[in-house]
Design a protein around this ligand. Sequence first.
Ligand code: CTP
Length: 398
Amino acid sequence: MLADKHILLIIGGGIAAFKSLDLIRRLRERGARVTPVLTRAGEQFVTPLSVSALAGAKLYRDLFDLTDEAEMGHIQLSRAADLIVVAPATADLMAKMAQGRADDLASTLLLATDTPVLLAPAMNVRMWQHPATQRNLATLRGDAVRFVGPNEGDMACGEYGPGRMAEPMEILAAVEASFAAGPLAGKHVLVTSGPTHEPIDPVRYIANRSSGAQGTALAAALRDLGARVTFVTGPATVPPPDGVTVVKVETAAQMSEAVQAALPADAAVFAAAVADWRVANASGSKMKKDGSGAAPALQFAENPDILAQVAQMRTGRPGLVVGFAAETDDVIAHATAKRARKGCDWIVANDVSPGTGIMGGTENAVTVITAQGAEAWPRMDKAAVARRLADKLAAALV
Ligand code: CTP
């Protein structure tokens, strides 16, 4: 149920706008109050009268409507809602949002708001797949904007593929999910994930095989329990989840800075596979063979131990600090020693020997080491490990 929830619904210009009329009806059936905003382009597809009649509320259309400014300024309008839903979200609206433009009422509201935003994109397949739209999508995801759809199917323009707006019932489910007050509502959780890249010269780097899959699944699971998640990620192969604040970094030093900047947090989980060493004599220009056959002598300097730095903070330490330990032998013994050495509360240990297929794979078998001892969990999907870990974290934080 959405009783007492106030939804600001922005209807963009697309053939899918007709589905938004049904969405208004369904939102209201569940007790939500809907304030509609119709863009100029949206007016080409649905009439202002039908929108305001179905919403049972005043329709907002123009930024420079002075009567409206006196009644309720655009800033206030953007913040009075509990959630802003943009359906259909056109390629143009997404581009404006990604750039922070404010040249009409809809884009101004989206820029002025501090309310969560849910987008239901709808556009032609090629427009959706265009690198510009995909760039905007990644930017918006990084700004913690959530998405529902688009779906794949036949399109009004006669093409087939992703671009159809999600159905009203799917949008409704996403709206309800965003209000599900999980046990981590109001908590800020920081998650590091992925590998780091340590440059040797402008074209070469030292890396590791981490895909970022476990950290990504964990960030999604924490988000699903209602946490506000800051996701600091190295160059992972798995895309970051929706609805979290994404901070992309390359090196361990950058990850350390990003983590410090994201604090304070109620809990911090360090799932990143951080390089222990960086190249101290990295070259500013590409290293060349000198013809003598001599290999370049790389010198290494130790990277900051990000987990240990946070775990050992005297003031402002997150209430719960969780590290990971990727080991290939004596897993429990090494991980127990690591927990004590780094000063974290829990260590999630896993065996990443090549035979296990865990590093870069879809499953994980972990042992969670806490002050109470070691808990061995059965081998399961990384998403299942993430959910169980998120539940354990939520239970510890209350
Ligand atoms: N970690 C970190 N910063 C580093 C190195 C590691 O935050 N510079 C974190 C990882 O994210 C992980 C944990 O520390 O949560 C364990 O990292 P690992 O590299 O396995 O431990 P090491 O300290 O390198 O121990 P060892 O070299 O013995 O494996």
